[in-house]
Design a protein. Structure first.
Length: 148
């Protein structure tokens, strides 16, 4: 009996130590995960640029933020594009243009030229230049959202 009792006590103490170590490790892992998430969120925020900076990032995929100053659905033009003029309205060439082609309009549950008018938006995609203005093609509403 005397030999078994110390062994049982030893096993209980060992189990308690392992439990405490496991909880500490789990908390440490949660903290690391939270720091990694915060770092990733900061990196995502850092990749948001203002509409007037877009010309500097031609060829890059970025999230561009700015106010929609004018819209036009060119339903009779080739490709039936919808234009969202960000920062400045047409014909100002310093504007940033979001283009939604006619074939992609069905992905939107609303008319983009009406819904986004007057709102500040975040558009994510590859920036390109066309006739002196920076622009981006958007194919789905998940790439074009209203800013808070």
């Amino acid at each position: 009996m005397h030999i078994r009792r110390p062994l049982v006590v030893f096993c209980l103490v060992l189990a308690l130590l392992l439990l405490v170590a496991g909880v500490a490790l789990a908390r440490s892992s949660d903290a690391s995960s939270a720091r990694a998430t915060a770092s990733t969120t900061s990196a995502k925020r850092a990749s948001v640029i203002k509409w007037y900076q877009a010309k500097r990032y031609v060829g890059h995929t970025k999230t561009v933020k700015g106010p929609v100053k004018g819209t036009k659905y060119a339903s009779s033009s080739s490709g039936r594009p919808t234009f969202l003029n960000i920062g400045k309205n047409y014909p100002n060439r310093s504007r940033f243009i979001v283009v939604i082609w006619g074939k992609d309009r069905s992905a939107f549950p609303f008319r983009p030229e009406v819904f986004y008018r007057g709102k500040t938006v975040l558009a994510t995609g590859r920036i390109r230049m066309y006739k002196g203005s920076a622009e981006m093609f958007i194919r789905s509403p998940s790439k074009l959202r209203v800013a808070n």
